[in-house]
Design a binder for this molecule. Structure first.
Ligand SMILES: NC(=O)c1ccc[n+]([C@@H]2O[C@H](COP(=O)([O-])OP(=O)(O)OC[C@H]3O[C@@H](n4cnc5c(N)ncnc54)[C@H](O)[C@@H]3O)[C@@H](O)[C@H]2O)c1
Length: 252
């Protein structure tokens, strides 16, 4: 799909991978709506890229509907939807304070798994109403999993479960939406230099860095955004989960 002139939604677009994606899509000519819980930061990004900012908790049906309605009113229905909103897991399931409060587990699942599904269902429904492009394509959805979800990384059970779920949704969602000319892809990043990753424990981060085969560094958000651009512009990429991790495996 040609990005130039298309309307795009980026959740979590106020920071990190989402921000880099919003900037990349805008630079390629998209009209970008930056959807984020953090409205101030979303507005700052939107102002720089000539886009629209909308406050949005992706886990809320009504909140997401309102944000997508605002984006559609400003830019028309989006042909590109990128899910990057996310939160880190705060603690182990059992620690010296006792068991993880169930609401904390629920929140991680809600933001990642339910939030991704929520935006997908609304964005896809709007894409279905659009006329197909010359090659029959109506839209592209890119979701963000994590290699933690694919490898079963120890130490973040709720996050791993949510990210595994996002990866698992890829093929059935692409299958269902294929008849409407909508592709669905998922990126599973390794460790990227964003506020979320850099907020993790320093010794854990350093151990991860040592275990990366090559290049022995964390990813730049712009590299994630570059893969989003490639996915959007490459029609044969569909129904797949792509690891973007320099060979890192999070098995221990
Ligand atoms: N950075 C990494 O190393 C890494 C690795 C694997 C996967 N990921 C995933 O990539 C995505 C982006 O992470 P990041 O590193 O850019 O983090 P980040 O903290 O820089 O950005 C996340 C953004 O999501 C927003 N957000 C949080 N909860 C939200 C909600 N309920 N509704 C809407 N917006 C919400 C935050 O306000 C923030 O702007 C996340 O899903 C994360 O799990 C990141």
């Amino acid at each position: 799909m040609d990005i130039d002139g298309a309307a795009a939604l980026v959740t979590g677009g106020a920071s990190g991978l989402g921000e880099a994606t919003a900037r990349r899509l805008a630079a390629a000519g998209a009209r970008v709506a930056v959807l984020d819980m953090n409205l101030d930061a979303a507005e700052a990004v939107a102002a720089e890229i000539g886009g629209l900012a909308a406050a949005c908790d992706v886990s809320s049906a009504e909140g997401a509907e309102a944000a997508l309605a605002a984006a559609t009113q400003a830019h028309g229905p989006a042909r590109i939807a990128v899910n990057c909103a996310g939160i880190a897991e705060s603690r182990m399931m059992i620690n010296r304070d006792g068991p993880m409060p169930l609401d904390e587990h629920r929140r991680v699942i809600e933001v990642h798994l339910i939030g991704t599904y929520n935006i997908c269902r609304l964005a896809a429904a709007a894409m279905c109403e659009l006329p197909p492009l010359d090659d029959g394509e109506r839209g592209v959805i890119v979701n963000t999993s994590s290699i933690a979800g694919l490898d079963g990384s120890p130490g973040a059970i709720s996050y791993v479960a949510a990210k595994a779920g996002i990866a698992a949704m890829t093929h059935p969602m692409a299958w269902e939406l294929g008849r409407h000319g909508i592709r669905v892809m998922t990126i599973a990043p390794g460790v990227f230099e964003t506020p979320m990753a850099l907020g993790l424990r320093e010794d854990y981060i350093e151990r991860m860095r040592q275990e990366i085969p090559f290049p022995k560094r964390f990813g730049e958000p712009a590299e994630f955004a570059g893969l989003v651009e490639t996915i959007v512009t490459t029609p044969m990429l569909n129904a797949e989960v792509i690891r973007l991790d320099a060979g890192l495996r999070m098995t221990s």
